[in-house]
Design a protein around this ligand. Structure first.
Ligand SMILES: [Cu+2]
Length: 260
């Protein structure tokens, strides 16, 4: 207890009922927000099919858990105010007079914590981007040209085969660089479970790279609203063994020779 300037007894700030209530709500909602937000994001995209996706999911978890206490505090303060500060009298309540009092210490703390969180997100994010873009310069990578057009993706396999297809086949554990472009409007090439996404712009070639590390069938989507049938602009990527991939390329080349 301490005395304020009018001589009345004043409770220490952290012993006040509002503060205790806010702290309690904060402690309860923070883990709920963190858990629900990470799990909803992670599960909606399926199991990772590349190292990049695994590290992206990891990054999403870290960022979401770092942000959860901030969201929790905003929620707790709002809930406290909404639940216990309603007033129905004709005249303003006495505490309305002291409602807006600036606290330099609280401001300083808020700025410092925000700055630290931003710095943390920046550094951790830049390290992840650096790591992910390393595969772009891999000399052993195979190269595929990706073309977006309303509303289909097509793939040209370089390396002399001359094969063009509207499904993507990739050998497992082999780095691949995509050269992405569009013939009409802007699209965005996105392999969901491999965690890569890059704009497909008419007149430009953008590049992204990945090493698929799991055999299976995964989703390719367009991630840029590109017209009426945008939602249907999707197909599959089949990740297969090197032998199956070679057989598929061979079969496709024969097919194209026969129809030429
Ligand atoms: Cu599109």
């Amino acid at each position: 207890m301490s005395l304020n300037e009018t001589g009345a007894k004043q409770t220490t700030w952290w012993k006040k009922k509002d503060v205790k209530q806010t702290a309690l709500i904060w402690v309860i909602v923070t883990p709920i927000i963190g858990y629900v937000a990470t799990e909803v994001q992670v599960r909606s995209m399926g199991a990772p099919a590349s190292e990049i996706m695994a590290s992206t999911i990891n990054l999403m978890r870290i960022f979401t858990w770092a942000a959860a206490p901030v969201a929790g505090l905003v929620f707790a303060m709002s809930a406290t105010v909404l639940l216990s500060k309603s007033f129905y009298g004709d005249t303003p309540p006495p505490e309305a007079e002291i409602g807006y009092r600036n606290s330099p210490r609280a401001n300083a703390l808020w700025v410092a914590v925000s700055a630290l969180l931003c710095l943390f997100a920046l550094v951790v994010g830049m390290v992840a981007v650096q790591k992910d873009s390393a595969s772009l310069t891999d000399a052993t990578a195979m190269e595929i040209k990706v073309t977006g057009q309303q509303w289909v993706w097509s793939y040209d396999y370089t390396g002399g085969s001359g094969v063009r297809s509207d499904v993507l086949y990739l050998p497992v554990n082999k780095p691949v660089v995509f050269h992405v472009t569009s013939v009409d409007v802007k699209h965005s090439f996105w392999i969901v479970q491999m965690g890569i996404k890059i704009d497909a712009n008419p007149g430009y070639i953008t590049e992204t790279a990945v090493t698929p590390n799991k055999i299976g069938v995964f989703d390719v989507r367009c991630a840029e609203l590109c017209g009426l049938l945008h939602a249907y602009m999707q197909n599959k990527v089949h990740v297969v063994s090197q032998a199956d991939y070679d057989a598929w390329i061979k079969a496709q080349s024969k097919l194209e020779a026969a129809t030429a």
